[in-house]
Design a protein around this ligand. Structure first.
Ligand code: NDP
Length: 445
């Protein structure tokens, strides 16, 4: 395989999907050497079969808003690869959603799910519908209309969606209700469900907690810990909130959080009480992060900016893709950052990754560091199949072990001759090998 040729070919066949091209390029450039050690892979054109999704569903979603107007949105489900288990991956509701973004996410998800050690294939779905500013009733009607179409393409042994940006417990609940109504079946078809109807304990916390567990493993390689470190977090949603919670539990100091309008910087640190305020603001009142400074006037709000120019030891991007530019990465490095661990998917641009790796700081890509979310989703599927519910301690313990295993796998495949750990390479190769072997064993399908 010639990685550049494969990429050029994909760009020609699938133009106008820059995020998909970006994700594929990152993986191909790091697995090329390993891939070429296996001539049988090339003979089976494994690489194209791994990069191009198995199938994609695209549909119109029609729903009625509170004023009686009929609205239309687009819905998608990208089923990327099910070589090692049923398709699995979140659903994103955000105005920016398009097919290229979902293809990048489904592609990444395939490697991530392979890394978790659990039997899950990769998928992603969503809509350009944004829950922001919509009433509860509107969100419910949209979720129902979305599921009306998606139902026929998913199932507990086929494809098991979960949440992502704009899809939390409320949206999963509405979609689950509609699936149940349409199929007359109570099954584990979605994860991230409410605790009362099959949701796993620790699932809401899992992505954020898992990212901090991964960070701890990285810091250990340099004899360091989270205690006493200053931390920049972006986002104020599910991942950001529980990332902050775990950092606080481990004695770190959280300086920033953000939303798509700007960020807050609190020089005294966002402590437990302040984080509770943010959780209530975001999860119950669905407010904006700028309201924080009305309550805590010693903090500042910076509109229209991201938090990466602030000085801190650690950065944990937890909002969205491409939120750290090359310049922002340079600012972080100039300010002495020692570790960047991605809660979001692909938050660092290729230029930013080059800056981190050149400076030899600890840098973990999302497909390794944020795999805790889908891991606990996998554990939720196990509990649903068993019709049992495990304790929070048990789930958290398993999550901890999975994150340690992912870290060990990154070390195995990513340690360079000078001892620097290239976590991007480690995660990509470890994730790839398992899927590739499964695909080879299953023939040309
Ligand atoms: P939420 O919707 O709960 O929160 C998203 C946060 O990011 C919000 O604060 C939102 O601000 C902000 N945000 C969203 N889009 C943008 C944008 N274009 N520019 C700036 N800020 C933005 O989503 P999650 O916390 O679930 O997801 C965050 C990231 O983590 C995503 O990259 C997701 O793919 C990834 N992830 C999530 C997992 C999960 O279990 N939920 C698992 C693994 C990865 P606003 O309110 O203004 O929109």
């Amino acid at each position: 395989m010639n990685a550049q040729q494969v990429l050029d070919n994909l760009k020609l066949r699938f133009p106008g999907e820059p995020e998909y091209h970006q994700a594929v390029e990152e993986v191909l450039s790091t697995i090329e050497e390993e891939y070429n050690k296996h001539p049988e892979f090339d003979k089976a054109n494994l690489i194209e079969r791994l990069c191009i999704p198995d199938r994609i569903y695209t549909f119109r979603v029609s729903w009625q808003d509170d004023s009686g107007k009929i609205q239309t949105n687009m819905g998608y489900r990208v089923q990327h690869n099910n070589a090692i288990g049923p398709y699995k991956g979140g659903i994103r509701f955000h105005a920016s959603v398009n097919l290229g973004i979902l293809k990048f996410l489904a592609f990444e998800q395939t490697f991530k799910n392979s890394l978790t050690t659990l039997p899950m294939g990769g998928a992603k779905g969503g809509s350009d519908f944004s829950p922001r500013g919509k009433s509860n009733a509107e969100v419910m009607r949209f979720c129902q209309a979305f599921m009306l179409e998606l139902t026929r393409n998913i199932g507990p042994d086929v494809d098991v969606p979960a949440g992502d940006i704009g899809v939390g417990g409320r949206e999963v609940g509405y979609m689950f209700g509609m699936y149940k109504k349409l199929t007359h079946e109570f099954s584990g078809v979605l994860t991230g469900k409410g605790r009362e109807f099959g949701g796993s304990l620790i699932r809401p916390e899992a992505t954020g907690y898992g990212n901090v567990y991964f960070l701890q493993e990285m810091l250990k390689t340099r004899g360091l810990s989270v205690e006493g470190k200053t931390v920049l977090i972006s986002g104020a949603g599910n991942v950001a909130q529980y990332t902050a919670e775990k950092v606080l539990q481990l004695g770190g100091k959280v300086l920033t959080m953000s939303d798509s309008d700007g960020y807050i910087y609190d020089p005294d640190g966002i402590d437990r009480e302040k984080l509770d305020y943010i959780m209530e603001l975001k999860n119950i009142y669905r407010g904006r992060i700028r309201e924080y400074v009305d309550h805590y006037p010693t903090a500042k709000y910076v509109a229209g900016q991201k938090p990466w120019n602030e000085k801190a030891d650690i950065a944990l991007p937890s909002a969205t893709q491409n939120e750290i530019s090359e310049e922002a990465a340079q600012a972080l490095v100039n300010n002495g950052v020692i570790a960047v661990s991605e809660g979001a998917n692909m938050p660092s641009t290729p230029g930013a990754i080059r800056v981190f790796q050149k400076a030899k700081i600890l840098y973990a890509p999302g497909k390794a560091a944020n795999a805790g979310g889908v891991s606990v989703s996998g554990l939720e599927m196990s509990q649903n199949s068993e019709r049992l519910s495990w304790t929070a301690e048990e789930v958290d313990h398993r999550l901890h072990i999975i994150m340690e295993d992912i870290h060990a796998n990154c070390l195995k495949y990513g340690t360079e001759p000078d001892g620097y750990i290239n976590y991007v390479k480690g995660a990509n190769i470890a994730g790839f090998i398992k899927v590739a072997k499964a695909m080879m064993a299953q023939g040309i399908v």
